[in-house]
Design a protein around this ligand. Structure first.
Ligand code: ADP
Length: 476
């Protein structure tokens, strides 16, 4: 059995701010079925520590970036977890990446360098009689791992998955000493990026294989528009870069067994959920599609486009139920719009149960992102027969079959895509959505197609397994 160490800053169900946590929580379970044993190394944030049951201390560190720490082994929801309990870094009020005002923690570089350092130590010495064959880091928070492995002389292959390139994890060059990094490697070949330490670049440069979470995003990342400064570095590693699309946990997201909803096996069973959802959001009856949107509220997610295109949907009798939190300006704009439009209902917050109810009760799920590495809510939508209306970018391009005339003729469409990514194209897509919704036979066919589309982890887990196998063959 191949042994892999995941290094990751969030993992469902313990702690989640976005799709990264879903991946870290679901992929290891499926990899196990493919003969890969994964242990997940996660920071012991206050919220994580509060949820742990029985743990075993498997290592102690006297001086880890300003304090002592312990490594705890435990099992959570079928996951084999290694929790880094470092109270000076992780036991604090506020969110996992920043304080209550939304500002990043000033010591984020140290907080995640500690995670990487411990990953390297595990790769070097093993833990509890277990030594990984592969170390698999996710996003910038795991990016410094190969630097620390190199310093320890560890040659275990490192795989780096980019879930979102927008976050670079840059730190001031003055932190080189504090982070215990080799100043001789503070060069453009290694982890120096425009005069700063870049954890993301360290991960890309130090990885044996790099991947991102869809084929289209892997191609987009090589362009200046999407690469956000890393496109040149990625082009240099192009032969080692691939796209492996995310799946979803099809047990957690199963309309036939979901405990949060009135369960259903086919789309006809959505009616009771739609009724309940309208009630939850205070929406009345309407002739058009009930659209749902569940998202972080940031510039990336195209919420401003949605507000600009809203009239086209409302004129077609459509409605929106929206759940999200994030940028205060977007939150206010949404709440104000909801005050003036009876068919737009907004809830600000984070609510896992409600997100399930929205997928069950909606007719369509909206994902108007400016860029989207993979996107998960369109996959939930497919599984729940809630047709995705998405921007044509990244994983949204790869997972939805647009209702083009050709796709409709062949009876294979599963949703709608719009391009270019602007308010006018979204408004046009809203008009198409409302028309399609009135064509009950076509809508039904699309729902059937959507619910049949495989959205599980099986194929992608096999791809990761093959990648590990090739790397470990080379390494041994
Ligand atoms: P990202 O990782 O960029 O946030 P994804 O679509 O990949 O976007 O993943 C987002 C995940 O977070 C999904 O599981 C989505 O349902 C969940 N999510 C986002 N915002 C909320 C919210 N306000 N309430 C509940 N779940 C949310």
């Amino acid at each position: 059995m191949t042994k892999a160490l995941f290094v990751v800053s969030e993992c469902a169900p313990l702690v989640k701010t976005g799709g990264l946590a879903d991946v870290a929580g679901a992929l290891p379970i499926v990899l196990a079925k493919h003969g890969v044993g994964v242990r997940v190394l996660l920071p012991g944030y206050r919220t994580v520590m509060a949820q742990l049951g029985k743990t075993k201390t498997v290592a102690r560190f006297d001086a880890l970036f300003g304090g002592s720490a312990e490594l705890l082994s435990c099992s959570v929801a079928g996951l084999d977890m290694l929790i880094l309990d470092a109270p000076h870094l992780y036991d604090r009020d506020g969110a996992i990446y920043g304080d209550a005002t939304g500002a990043d923690w000033p010591d984020n570089a140290e907080r995640f360098a500690a995670l990487c350092k411990v990953a390297a130590l595990i790769a070097a010495d093993g833990i509890d009689g277990w030594t990984p064959d592969v170390v698999h880091g996710h996003d910038w928070q795991a990016g410094l791992t190969p630097e620390y492995m190199h310093a320890l002389g560890v040659t275990t292959p490192f795989v780096f998955t980019i879930h979102n390139i927008a976050f670079h994890g840059n730190a001031d060059a003055g932190k080189l000493g504090d982070l215990g990094l080799d100043p001789a490697r503070f060069t453009s070949e290694h982890f120096e990026f425009w005069g700063q330490i870049s954890a993301l670049k360290a991960g890309i440069v130090g990885a044996a294989k790099i991947n991102t979470v869809s084929q289209t995003y892997a191609e987009e990342l090589l362009t200046p528009d999407f690469g956000i400064g890393m496109d040149g570095i990625l082009r240099a590693r192009q032969s080692d870069l691939s796209g492996i699309v995310n799946g979803i946990d099809v047990d957690v997201w199963n309309p036939a067994t979901d405990p949060n909803i009135t369960p259903y096996k086919n789309a006809a069973g959505k009616a009771a959920n739609k009724k309940a959802l309208r009630k939850t959001f205070g929406l009345g009856q309407s002739s058009g599609p009930l659209c749902v949107l569940v998202s972080r509220l940031t510039e990336q997610k195209g919420i401003d486009l949605l507000l600009d295109a809203l009239p086209a949907l409302l004129e077609g009798g459509g409605q929106i139920a929206l759940l999200g939190s994030g940028d205060p300006k977007l939150e206010i704009a949404l709440l104000e719009a909801a005050d003036t439009h009876a068919n737009l209902a907004v809830k600000i917050g984070y609510d896992e149960t409600l997100s399930h109810q929205m997928m069950a009760g909606g007719d369509a799920v909206l994902v108007p992102s400016r860029f989207e590495p993979c996107g998960l809510t369109q996959l939930y939508g497919l599984r729940y027969g809630t047709l995705p209306l998405v921007a044509l970018t990244g994983g949204l391009a790869d997972t939805v079959i647009n209702a083009s005339p050709a796709a409709l003729t062949r009876g294979v469409a599963t949703g709608l895509q719009f391009f270019p990514i602007n308010a006018q194209a979204l408004a046009n897509a809203f008009v198409r959505l409302c028309d399609l919704f009135q064509d009950k036979a076509t809508w039904k066919t699309m729902q059937r197609n959507a619910m049949k589309q495989p959205v599980d982890w099986d194929t992608s887990a096999a791809t990761y397994k093959d990648m590990y196998a090739r790397l470990t063959e080379v390494a041994s």
